[in-house]
Design a protein around this ligand. Structure first.
Ligand SMILES: [Zn+2]
Length: 721
């Protein structure tokens, strides 16, 4: 190739790579595999190495490079980067709207105050300046007037384009620009400066991985993703920043032609976002126009409840007056503009005192430390217990009894201790020691090889047995009405129920001497137990309490059994089939570890656990007793399992990630199963579809890596309709 041909080839490679970057980061579409993309990048790099004079600053190879800086240079922002005022309640928001109306002298009816609502990401605010479409300067916010030049570091973030995309005329028309405006836009795009502002963030997944790595290497951990993002951008060596895999979303565009309606031709803030996307920036597609304040409050509440489903830290929403012509009228006051408000999510943390730490014994014998707290209200709920996971976690926190701590309650999750405040110690705090014996049966306690949890070694531990019985009768297993923990404990103490099979031998006479039983209630309970002699297979397998087998994997096992024991199409056979327990036992006993691992959703650890369970004498005896006492199994057909209505999705394995809008997760799962498909909790080569909902998690990335087909909610709904 002559040099001209090489130059042409380089140009083509660069624009092709940019096309894929845009599709992946901005449009959320993977057009090419990672391997193929790497191959293109390699070719580009190789050619550039041979012809270094042909390297241009906008080449994707130039994202990482350059010598470490001695210090950052200061940059004065073209227009100040302002802060926002905070609101914490709907009342605050109404007050804000009242002030807006007053300032505008009631010239505008409320209906004109449509709001653009954005999720407020917790990262580092950045400014990106482009000259004639080329990225020339990136800066931190600093004090709002003067920031630091971090261009080289921001270049390492793939979500930030090195060259802007030049939108087509039709695209600009579509977002509401008239022909006069479009002409001016091109004038500025081709000859002038354009500035984008947004948030550089560290996705939660990256944050967790980074902290894990730091822990393994004995380095200090980052307190939160925001600190980690800020620390990464303020690295003097950009190669370090590159390793931090940051992301960046844009929420504002500045140019001579967009200034709050002053001679600008943009009408709304929403258009700003749309143009940013057309220019090749990543914008958050969860952002939404709300036609009034009530809708904005709804948007806030919606995301407040789902904040932990988001792949990044988010501490509230930003409510922006959408009509740009109102901005100059509303103006700026002090540190921030009047036309925007940060409406924060409710606090999920509080401080309290650890009164005691109690070791609780679970169904598998694992001892879990639980903190008893001085009761405190978080998010409207009184909290008096927090989980401490294990002794390593206690050591990591440096926690003592009597300590004042920060606790956090995230969604429906059990509250946890996040930090100890050692400066508030009085001196009488007590060390928390490893348990020497089981708190219930006083049996020996030890740590299994390579595990962090302590376990009661007594095979007949009172607490473990009680938990097992409770597991058998729990809602997701047998769901026996009236068999709560208190009654189970009485039955156990009296020797009436030592394992699950004993429940089926009980008579009303057995129950009468127990507390709280009258003739009627005793008969009711016996009837309730008898009604559950016939058990759906999935519930049965879950109820056995095999280590690591949750509801999902129990259903997978059930389906595997049913498929193996019947011919296709299973839909015609399944609903009313009955099986005897020995048949089920024989089937699972006969599976090798490899065969178990071939079942969707079953990994090596779980496979080993199933294998062990079906090879332990004590468990086989339990199965014999259940059989002897008349327990029979029917095929899984409840809505929690699958009632196959058609073969539409037969054999297809789905993984759900992110929140769906039209269906709950459980509804979606039930739907898939009804149509003959399967749901797995993790993405693997066996997965056919990943359904990507609101703010999907790491499963999406994995799906992309493996080349698994990804569909959105709309496509999914179409598929199941
Ligand atoms: Zn014990």
């Amino acid at each position: 190739m002559d040099k001209l041909a090489i130059k042409k080839r380089l140009e083509k490679l660069k624009s092709e790579i940019e096309k894929y970057r845009y599709a992946y980061h901005v449009l959320d579409k993977s057009l090419i595999s990672d391997a193929a993309l790497d191959s293109l990048k390699n070719e580009l790099e190789k050619l550039e190495r041979q012809f270094p004079d042909l390297i241009t600053p906008d080449s994707p190879t130039q994202r990482v490079g350059g010598a470490p800086l001695a210090k950052f240079t200061k940059v004065r922002h073209a227009a100040p980067m302002m802060s926002l005022y905070d609101a914490f309640s709907p009342a605050d928001m109404r007050d804000w709207e009242k002030r807006l109306l007053k300032i505008s002298n009631f010239q505008f009816p409320i209906s004109n105050f449509g709001y653009y609502c954005e999720l407020k990401m917790d990262g580092l605010a950045v400014s990106l300046v482009y000259e004639k479409g080329e990225f020339v300067l990136g800066a931190t916010r600093g004090d709002g007037e003067i920031g630091e030049d971090v261009t080289q570091n921001l270049k390492t973030i793939e979500a930030i384009p090195l060259v802007l995309r030049r939108p087509a005329q039709a695209e600009l028309k579509k977002i509401g620009l008239n022909s006069e405006a479009i002409k001016r836009f091109y004038q500025i795009f081709d000859h002038d400066r354009l500035e984008a502002r947004g948030e550089a963030i560290m996705p939660n997944k990256v944050f967790n991985e980074l902290n894990q790595e730091n822990e393994q290497q004995g380095k200090p951990k980052f307190a939160n993703p925001r600190n980690a993002a800020a620390g990464s951008i303020r690295q003097l060596d950009s190669r370090l920043t590159a390793r931090r895999r940051l992301d960046c979303y844009i929420y504002s565009l500045l140019a001579p032609f967009i200034k709050g309606g002053q001679g600008g031709f943009f009408n709304t803030h929403e258009q700003e976002h749309k143009l940013a996307k057309l220019l090749g920036f990543k914008v958050l597609d969860k952002n939404k126009f709300c036609k009034n304040l009530a809708e904005a409050v709804k948007f806030h509440d919606f995301w407040q409840a789902r904040r932990h489903d988001l792949p990044f830290e988010c501490d509230g929403i930003v409510v922006v007056v959408n009509d740009l012509s109102l901005w100059p009228k509303l103006g700026v006051v002090g540190k921030g503009p009047r036309y925007m408000m940060a409406y924060k999510f409710a606090a999920e943390q509080a401080t309290t005192v650890i009164e005691d730490v109690i070791w609780q014994v679970g169904r598998t014998g694992v001892l879990t430390p639980t903190a008893h707290l001085k009761p405190v209200k978080i998010y409207g709920v009184t909290v008096s217990r927090a989980t401490l996971h294990n002794l390593d976690e206690i050591r990591r926190l440096g926690l003592k009894i009597g300590d004042t701590v920060i606790i956090e309650r995230a969604g429906d999750v059990i509250p946890k201790v996040v930090k100890v405040l050692p400066n508030l110690r009085a001196g009488g705090e007590k060390e928390i020691k490893a348990p020497k014996q089981c708190p219930i049966c006083y049996g020996k306690v030890d740590k299994a090889e390579g595990e962090v949890a302590y376990k009661c070694l007594n095979k007949n531990c009172y607490a473990v047995n009680l938990r097992r019985l409770g597991h058998w009768t729990s809602k997701s297993a047998l769901d026996i009405d009236g068999l709560g923990p208190k009654i189970i404990e009485q039955l156990y103490k009296q020797g009436l129920a030592r394992d699950a099979s004993d429940f089926y031998k009980l008579t009303a006479e057995d129950l009468l001497p127990l507390e709280r039983f009258a003739e009627k209630s005793a008969e009711n309970l016996i009837a309730a137990i008898a009604a559950k002699k016939e058990i759906e297979l999935g519930r049965f397998l879950y109820g056995l309490g095999i280590l690591h087998i949750g509801e999902e994997s129990a259903l997978m096992l059930a389906k595997q059994f049913q498929i193996s024991n019947f011919q296709f199409p299973i839909s015609k056979q399944i609903p009313n089939s009955k099986f005897q327990i020995p048949k089920i036992k024989k089937y699972f006993q006969g599976l090798t570890l490899d065969e178990l691992q071939n079942i969707p959703d079953i990994g090596p650890v779980v496979a080993k656990s199933i294998y062990d369970w079906f090879h332990e004498q004590r468990n086989l005896e339990l199965l014999r007793q259940l059989e002897k006492n008349g327990v029979t199994i029917v095929s899984q057909k409840s809505s929690a399992g699958w009632r196959i209505k058609s073969q539409k999705l037969e054999g297809k394995i789905f993984v759900l990630t992110g929140g769906l809008e039209q269906l709950t997760r459980d509804q979606a799962k039930a739907k898939i199963r009804e149509l003959g498909g399967d749901v797995s909790s993790s993405v693997s080569q066996k997965t056919d579809y990943v359904v990507s909902g609101n703010e999907p998690g790491s499963k999406l990335e994995k799906a992309r890596k493996l080349g698994v087909k990804i569909i959105n909610e709309q496509e999914f709904l179409k598929m199941i309709s």
